[in-house]
Ligand binder design. Structure first.
Ligand code: FES
Length: 576
């Protein structure tokens, strides 16, 4: 950590504001045009509040108000706040998938911070892709930054049962398909499960990523579990605003505290909370922006032996509000502290170990003791084999134990449209041991790698009581979902991976303990089929999707753009 405090003349914003020339005159003039007095911006750190709020982002509906609390903290600490809108990625409403825009947000954040007279930034977000997008951009910009997680929505109940966003949607849908739930009940459920603003209240991708961000040092202690609608959330926002001003004077930027050990802490937290499979992609991308090379094998190695302690849906039974009452992430980290790098610095200027002092668990059922984990199976397993030479992942803690070693006949769908057209056909040749395969759902194929990987169970099997099957795809799966779903198969089918070559009737072997995913085909047979395979990427003539398709990397590489990967010293704009 840099112990030298900055002087006023060292502030980045002073390059825009201080010189006695016509250009800086115009900068000062335009700030005064907005009603600001000279002394409000000339002698204070200028702080950006990068806000991913929008009217169509329900998980961030409260972030305009939280920005006001952040401003209060900044002003009280002697900074000058400016709120900057950034692309708002509400997971459910954005099509074809928010994943296609994660890198867009990362670029926007980096360029916003680079192009304006900013000394430090408070990052407001929480819905799935906003967390990696904000962190990737901030790591590349490398200005002091602090992350304010949006916080989970409050618990809800339906007929006495705790219901969790995302997780219960699929459960209730399966019951409806099986004829156990009426249309009237289904409509009634629309007003349940998402009871307040805030991110999904299960251990979906949002909570997974906000908790990982906390474990890696980007938030104030215990910030990520505070429910969005709790007054403590507003206080945390204000405290974050106050803290960023000090961070600027301390020059506490990501490159001074984000390193291999911080990433290892993030991976350990990821496993202990039973986090979403999506985090495997995002962590690789975030680490890459911070000069930490990270592979799927590294995640497997760093997470090995870390038990799932957070008893939260979909691996467990509780919800994020319960997690907060139980002590939140500090309670989890306290239980696995022996495996953490406690000397890692965090944004509050103290080490992770300092921040964990006094942390304790208030509910052993919600945050389990190490000797009584939610699952022995682990939150993530990496698979390789002739069907996934570059890797695939599965979440064993949310899968059916009896399917973790399984061989079955493939039933292949070439696209989501193909699947939707056939999956409920009464004549479909399928039983509970069939392996459902979806291809062309990856970064290039879909495009954007949507969350199609939790393939629906055929209705005729639902009616027989089947609730899980082995499913294999090059897509992702919502972190709120569950089931024996092999995901992120790489290379994807559209890139010519072996998934493109298999046919209905081929036998697929899954062995999670052995880390294997294979199809019973010889190399000669695969080569013969490859010789006949034709790529079929539908390249648009223009626009962002064209950039995406030309530059996105595969899932095992984090799906970052090839020209943005890695860490480079930030390039400052010329001011003439
Ligand atoms: Fe926003 Fe789940 S939809 S966090």
């Amino acid at each position: 950590m840099n112990k030298e405090r900055k002087r006023l003349e060292d502030l980045r914003s002073q390059r825009w504001l201080a010189p006695d020339n016509t250009r800086s005159f115009a900068h000062r003039q335009r700030l005064q045009q907005m009603g600001l007095r000279r002394e409000e911006f000339m002698s204070r750190p200028v702080i950006a509040i990068v806000n991913t709020w929008s009217d169509l982002s329900p998980c961030h509906a409260h972030l305009r108000e939280r920005a006001e609390a952040v401003k209060r903290g900044i002003l009280q600490a002697g900074g000058m706040p400016f709120e900057l809108p950034a692309m708002s990625l509400g997971e459910v409403l954005v099509k074809p998938t928010t994943m296609i825009y994660r890198n867009f947000l990362a670029m926007e954040v980096e360029e916003l911070l680079r192009s304006l007279p900013i000394d430090g930034a408070v990052l407001l977000g929480g819905c799935d892709k906003t967390v990696p997008g904000l962190l990737m951009g901030a790591l590349s910009a490398d200005l002091p930054c602090i992350f304010v997680p949006a916080g989970p929505m409050l618990n809800d109940r339906y007929r006495g049962e705790k219901v969790g966003a995302g997780t219960h949607t699929r459960k209730f849908w399966d019951e409806r398909q099986a004829g156990h739930l009426s249309g009237r009940e289904w409509i009634a459920l629309e007003s349940h499960m998402a009871r307040t603003p805030g991110t999904c209240n299960t251990m979906g991708t949002a909570s997974t990523m906000t908790l990982i961000a906390e474990a890696m040092g980007f938030t104030l202690p215990n910030a990520a579990s505070i429910p969005a609608m709790d007054a403590a959330h507003t206080r945390m926002a204000s405290a974050s605003g106050a803290r960023i001003v000090e961070m600027v004077w301390e020059d506490l930027k990501p490159s001074t505290f984000f390193n291999e050990k911080a990433v290892a802490n993030g991976v350990a937290a990821y496993m202990a909370i039973g986090g979403s499979t999506n985090a495997a992609i995002h962590l690789i991308a975030i680490a890459g922006r911070g000069n930490v090379p990270l592979t799927l094998d590294d995640i497997q190695r760093l997470g090995a032996g870390v038990p799932v302690l957070a008893n939260i849906l979909p691996s467990g039974t509780s919800l994020m509000e319960d997690f907060y009452y139980a002590g939140g992430l500090p309670a989890v980290l306290q239980r696995i502290h022996a495996g953490l790098s406690l000397d890692c610095m965090t944004v509050n200027g103290r080490t992770l170990g300092d921040n964990l002092e006094g942390a304790q668990c208030e509910d052993d059922d919600v945050v389990r003791p190490v000797a009584q984990p939610v699952s022995d199976a682990g939150a993530l397993a990496v698979l390789r084999g002739n069907l996934a030479p570059s890797g695939a992942v599965i979440k064993p803690s949310a899968a059916s134990e009896h399917f973790l070693k399984h061989s079955g006949r493939a039933l292949v769908f070439d696209s989501m449209a193909d699947l939707n057209a056939r999956i409920n056909d009464p004549e479909l040749d399928v039983d509970e041991n069939t392996v459902l395969v979806l291809r062309n759902g990856g970064p290039l194929g879909a495009p954007g790698m949507p969350e199609w990987g939790n393939l629906p169970i055929p209705q005729k099997l639902l009616e027989k009581g089947v609730r899980d099957m082995v499913r294999v795809s090059d897509s992702r799966m919502s972190g709120t979902h569950y089931g024996t779903c092999v995901l992120h198969v790489a290379p994807e089918a559209a890139a010519g991976g072996p998934l493109a070559l298999i046919r209905t009737g081929d036998i697929i072997d899954l062995d999670v303990a052995a880390g294997r995913l294979d199809v019973r085909l010889t190399d000669e047979e695969l080569d013969a089929r490859r010789a006949q395979w034709q790529p079929a990427i539908n390249m648009p003539p223009r626009g962002y999707t064209k950039i995406f398709l030309e530059h996105v990397t595969q899932a095992n590489e984090g799906c970052d753009f090839d020209f943005l990967k890695g860490w480079h010293p930030p390039v400052e704009p010329s001011i003439y």
